[in-house]
Ligand binder design. Structure first.
Ligand SMILES: *[C@@H]1O[C@H](CO)[C@@H](O)[C@H](O)[C@H]1NC(C)=O
Ligand SMILES: *[C@@H]1O[C@H](CO)[C@@H](O)[C@H](O)[C@H]1NC(C)=O
Ligand SMILES: *[C@@H]1O[C@H](CO)[C@@H](O)[C@H](O)[C@H]1NC(C)=O
Ligand SMILES: *[C@@H]1O[C@H](CO)[C@@H](O)[C@H](O)[C@H]1NC(C)=O
Ligand SMILES: *[C@@H]1O[C@H](CO)[C@@H](O)[C@H](O)[C@H]1NC(C)=O
Ligand SMILES: *[C@@H]1O[C@H](CO)[C@@H](O)[C@H](O)[C@H]1NC(C)=O
Ligand SMILES: *[C@@H]1O[C@H](CO)[C@@H](O)[C@H](O)[C@H]1NC(C)=O
Ligand SMILES: *[C@@H]1O[C@H](CO)[C@@H](O)[C@H](O)[C@H]1NC(C)=O
Ligand SMILES: *[C@@H]1O[C@H](CO)[C@@H](O)[C@H](O)[C@H]1NC(C)=O
Ligand SMILES: *[C@@H]1O[C@H](CO)[C@@H](O)[C@H](O)[C@H]1NC(C)=O
Ligand SMILES: *[C@@H]1O[C@H](CO)[C@@H](O)[C@H](O)[C@H]1NC(C)=O
Length: 692
């Protein structure tokens, strides 16, 4: 018994030593929890309160992000004189000692994002001024005002890239970026800038990329940064964009003016290399048709440019908005979500290199595009969600639309497509005509361009692969509607009755189809046969929202991966199909919203185990007029079902048997009771014939 305390003591001692040794080993292996990855010392998120002093002294890259350092002292970085890149993102920094970077002659990239550097900004500015070769500086998210920013950037003439995003800068005057003559990239997004003084960017002769997104700029007039290649002023409140009217050549390549309040097409430089112009979500329109004025004075707007005591007046002709702009190299033009009612004559002709044109969500009613006007390079044309009732596009003899790959006219009011439109569109692969009240031509259309088209013919569009015809009010498909095409994707959903009982109109494309949507088309199992055996490549089939009561038939070699059977009238899945054919390649199947019979779900365990049923939690079944989630169906319910059926038989037996017995007994009693008198009656009635 005396030994017990000793053992306990020894045991405790042993445990303590073990623990000490283990923790000691951990710190030795990686001081401060830092890792060496590809020559960079990574100490991110280690709860360090100071910069560790025992890191490899030749470190060139040090990542200290997300450590609560609070202060960077004069001595903090002294052990690392060869640092080239330092990241102090989110370190709660309020103070950077004046001499903190004194020994960092090699530092060229410094990230100080998301700290509180506005607290001691003068000291921080002094520290930054000791960095003679700094090229990249990230000061985003530090609550800096324009004065603080100006102070910090003063004389840092080696800078090439500066981020001041997410600060509290409100206006830019000509002192903020003074002397930054090597700056190529400036990020000012997410500030509160409402005013930029003329000359604010004058010293930035090398500036290439300027981001002013998410500010409060009401207009840009006399834009003259000729060296800027990429300008982003999205998400402001711009009503005007007006480039300086002179003949200067601009390097501008990408201009993002999306999500503003522009009323007019921007007045762009007369000479530029613009290839991407983003104008979506503004209030733009062309107004020449609307304001049909003959007096020239009413067509111009005059801008007063006030610079100190000098006032200049710029006059622009608003009804010729685009005519002076250089759009010759434009490749990508997004004008979606605006108020365009028409495209002026010659508009597209100014953009011979245009490959993407997005006019989605405008107010176009009739699209008139003259001969020779459609850019030959056009590959994507999106006219969806307008009010187009007519396309008057006359393709020129040079074969315009020959590069067109995608044409989207969904959600318009088209009745047809001009017959010659696609005559030369030999590359077109994707056509979206959903939500137009079109009909398909009953027989191959003759190339007769006269008269408005009343139907659409897809036959012999050899390049067509993807065709969307959802909700087009299509009647029953004519014969061979897709002959001569090799469609891989076809969407015919929400066209009630389009198949009129059989899928034979699809036989031409059955061997090539990979994705087929037949949701809400009124299929029912009473139709002759829903047989997808010929669809050898079919991967994705949607037959939801029909009234199928039985499972469609699939051939043996089917490649089906996804099958949607929701909202039908299935009461059971045939065991044979489920187990043999489908499960082999099927990855996803949707089965909910069918009135399954809980007593017919025996083989479903296999399905559940394979996890192919994507909506398993929502599959319900019907058990004696109760609706139960299949996932919650208790074990052995099939046994209960048998019992239930048996019970019903028994119930009937129990109900009927006594009645029968009672009836029988009653009959017997009656019979026995009345037997004698009856005989007597007969006897008495017939006594005259008796021979007793
Ligand atoms: C500490 O760990 C090392 C290596 O794992 C081992 O060799 C040594 O014996 C341990 N020391 C003690 C006191 O347990
Ligand atoms: C840091 O160094 C600067 C000069 O390089 C000096 O003026 C300042 O007092 C130092 N700060 C501290 C806290 O030692
Ligand atoms: C910036 O440079 C100018 C002229 O070279 C000099 O007068 C000024 O003191 C410098 N400012 C700072 C903060 O170093
Ligand atoms: C402009 O800036 C916004 C906000 O950062 C960004 O979403 C958008 O992609 C940028 N535009 C271009 C063309 O880079
Ligand atoms: C505009 O003027 C032209 C002739 O100058 C005329 O044909 C046209 O109908 C007018 N349009 C409107 C909308 O007034
Ligand atoms: C005003 O116009 C004159 C001459 O065209 C030009 O030199 C000057 O820079 C302009 N000033 C402003 C503020 O646009
Ligand atoms: C503009 O103001 C400056 C002084 O601020 C003055 O020297 C100059 O003459 C003025 N110019 C005009 C056109 O008034
Ligand atoms: C365009 O189509 C028309 C009619 O189908 C044809 O005569 C013409 O040769 C085609 N042009 C080109 C460039 O393919
Ligand atoms: C066509 O445009 C509509 C609406 O803008 C969009 O939902 C649909 O995805 C587009 N179709 C294609 C094929 O890009
Ligand atoms: C639909 O099918 C029925 C019988 O299969 C046929 O009589 C009828 O004409 C078809 N309707 C159309 C519009 O083709
Ligand atoms: C249960 O099944 C019967 C037919 O067996 C059907 O009429 C009824 O609508 C189903 N109940 C529900 C809630 O689906």
């Amino acid at each position: 018994m005396e030994l017990l305390p000793l053992w306990l003591c020894l045991g405790f001692h042993f445990v303590t030593v073990e623990w000490r040794n283990r923790s000691g080993k951990a710190t030795a292996a990686s001081p401060g929890g830092c890792k060496l990855v590809d020559g960079a010392t990574d100490c991110r998120g280690q709860s360090l309160a100071s910069v560790p002093s025992s890191l490899p002294p030749h470190s060139q890259t040090l990542l200290l992000d997300a450590n609560p350092l609070k202060t960077l002292w004069n001595h903090s970085l002294q052990p690392y004189p060869l640092l080239e890149s330092l990241s102090l993102h989110g370190c709660h920094l309020e103070r950077i000692g004046r001499g903190a970077f004194q020994k960092q002659g090699h530092l060229h990239s410094l990230a100080l994002a998301d700290n509180s550097l506005s607290e001691n900004h003068k000291e921080t500015a002094a520290a930054l001024h000791t960095l003679p070769s700094l090229r990249r500086l990230d000061l985003s998210g530090n609550s800096l005002t324009e004065d603080m920013a100006a102070l910090m950037l003063q004389n840092l003439s080696s800078l090439e890239s500066v981020s001041l995003a997410r600060n509290t800068i409100m206006r830019l005057d000509d002192s903020v970026f003074e002397g930054l003559e090597h700056l190529r990239e400036l990020d000012l997004q997410r500030n509160y800038i409402f005013e930029i003084e003329g000359g604010a960017f004058d010293d930035l002769t090398e500036l290439r990329h300027l981001n002013l997104a998410y500010n409060n700029l009401p207009c840009i007039v006399d834009f003259g940064l000729t060296r800027v290649q990429r300008l982003n002023i999205s998400y402001n409140v711009l009503e005007w964009f007006l480039a300086s009217g002179d003949e200067a050549a601009f390097d501008l390549e990408t201009l993002d003016l999306s999500h503003n309040q522009l009323l007019f097409f921007p007045l762009l430089p007369q000479h530029s290399k613009l290839h991407t112009l983003l104008l979506q979500d503004n209030n733009m329109g062309f107004y020449r048709d609307l304001y049909n004025t003959s007096s020239p004075q009413e067509r111009v707007a005059q801008f007063l440019l006030v610079d100190g005591n000098v006032t200049n007046i710029t006059t622009v002709n608003l009804w010729e908005e685009f005519s002076s702009s250089d759009l010759s190299e434009l490749r990508f033009l997004d004008m979606s979500q605006n108020q365009f009612q028409y495209l002026p004559d010659g508009f597209l002709k100014k953009m011979p290199a245009l490959s993407h044109l997005n006019l989605n969500q405008n107010c176009l009613r009739v699209l008139r595009v003259g001969e020779h006007e459609l850019p030959g390079a056009l590959t994507e044309l999106d006219l969806s969600r307008n009010q187009l009732s007519e396309l008057q596009v006359s393709p020129g003899p040079t074969g315009c639309l020959r590069s067109l790959l995608l044409f989207n006219v969904s959600s318009n009011q088209l009745l047809g497509i001009p017959k010659g439109l696609f005559a030369n569109a030999s590359s077109i692969t994707t056509l979206d005509m959903s939500h137009n009240q079109i009909s398909l031509c009953p027989r191959p259309a003759l190339p007769d361009p006269r008269g408005p088209p009343s139907c659409v013919d897809f036959r012999n569009m050899a390049s067509l692969r993807i065709l969307f015809l959802e909700g087009c009010g299509l009647g029953a498909l004519p014969d061979y509607p897709f002959r001569g095409t090799s469609l891989t994707h076809l969407d015919l959903s929400s066209n009630w009755g389009v198949l009129n009982g059989s899928i034979t109109p699809l036989r031409d494309v059955a061997p090539t189809l990979q994705v087929l949507s037949l949701g809400n088309v009124g299929l029912s199992s009473s139709f002759a046969e829903l047989d997808f055996s010929g669809f050898r490549d079919l991967r994705d089939l949607d037959i939801s929202g029909n009234s199928l009561t039985s499972f469609p038939r699939f051939g043996g070699g089917l490649a089906l991966q996804t099958l949607d059977l929701r909202r039908n009238s299935l009461t059971a899945l045939p065991q044979r199909v489920v187990s043999e054919q489908l499960l082999r390649g099927l990855r996803t199947i949707y089965l909910s919203q069918n009135p399954y019979d809980c007593c017919g779900v025996e083989g479903w365990g296999a399905l559940q185990r394979l996890q192919t049923v994507a909506d398993w939690a929502m599959v319900t079944c019907n058990l004696s007029s109760k609706v139960i989630r299949l996932a919650e169906l208790p074990e052995g319910v099939s046994q209960d079902c048998k019992w239930e059926r048996l019970d019903m038989g028994l119930l009937y037996l129990v109900l009927i048997l006594p009645s029968c017995l009672t009836l029988l007994v009653a009959c017997t009693v009656i019979f026995l009771t009345f037997k004698k008198p009856l005989l007597q009656v007969i006897k008495s009635r017939c006594h005259w014939s008796s021979i007793y």
